[in-house]
Design a protein around this ligand. Sequence first.
Ligand code: URA
Length: 453
Amino acid sequence: MRVYELIKKKRDGGALSREELRFLVGGYLSGEVPDYQMAAFLMAAFLRGLSREETVELTEVMLRSGEVLDLTEMDAPRIDKHSTGGVGDKVSIVLAPLVAAAGVAVPMISGRALGHTGGTLDKLESIPGFRTEMSIADFRHALWETGVAIMGQTDDIAPADRRLYALRDVTATVESIPLIASSIMSKKLAEGLNGLVLDVKTGSGAFMKTMEDAEALAAVLAETGNSFGVRTVAVITDMDEPLGRTVGNSLEIKECINVLKGRADEDILDVILTLGSWMLYIADWVQRAVDEPGTEVPRITSVDEAALSEKRAELKELLESGTALESFVDFVERQGGNPEIIANPGLLPGASRMKQVHAPSDGYVQRVDAEKIGIASMLLGAGRQRIEDRIDHGAGIMLNRKSGSAVRKGDPVAVLHYNDEGNLAEVLQLVNEAFVIGPEPPGPRKMIRKVVL
Ligand code: URA
């Protein structure tokens, strides 16, 4: 086999077999295939696309490039959730302990903030003492003990993705649906899951700005997960406006504590309960098959709406009774974090300066542009422009008003929290632009746009 021929085949619109993909990716990892040939292949794949079969094969090759966790010794079904990334997306921090409180094991390997989007690991690390770097053995123990463990990617998990992503990042080949799908799924499938719920975001603050692209990505992700026997459902949710009230690490942890204490905004609660009920639904689906040894877990092709609503009610009860909060405390303590933050959120890192942003006119907030708020928050220090940048955990933006709110000229619509005022003028301009005010109330915001089985 010659790499030149494989690049040419993809360039001319052909499809590569598993052996050919393995030869290419394996050769890249061993150093036999140089960056320039892999970059040429990635560009050919970007322009020509990959078939569903090629996407699955590429995922498999990347998954097998590293360690795949075997968690079959656990009694509980193992179900994770993955979001394609957004602004103010703190869902995992509430959802993982909440679903664990319902008896499902949640092994979660998460990511960091980059560009205008936030990262679960950075948010958790604003809790004093919290460790997101764990050995696989410790991850497994934490999962046994508390039903939930969240850590960062290790060098051993899907190393091919790490190398390929770095190359895609500098060759303008990130925004390819099959390459994104194989990248995400190679990491998720290494977690030893029975089921996976994907939160595919759409709107200004999302990777997939249009519903059409979000649907295409959701379909490939669901197909890929299911073809590995992991029962996968993709939920397309709105990311045109930040989720909840806060953007920035400590601020978001404070909001999570409020959600767990029963004080949640409707938008974030809807997303948490929808994704969570799907996680419990898949867990039951898997459990039924496991209870009948020898039965292969069938793919979910239709939904029992009554059963799904029951799961939603169960999660609400866990939140209202304080059980989910107890599960969060166990999770934080198990990973070395100080649980005192729940009673005393002042222990979280803060900001030395605050500044209000005011409504420019009377009216109703039509929208709060997620991408602009995400960039503004990053410029305040809450995110990273480049992977090596340091994060200021105390920086961020509090949104006093969201779409649908009535405002009077001069009302404070947002508060900036910062320690470094270097980018303040640019941040103020972005936040002012993000708030669109109009004379009439906007239509209702639909958080759950579509479910793809
Ligand atoms: N997230 C990933 O993990 N991979 C991509 O390619 C894009 C987003």
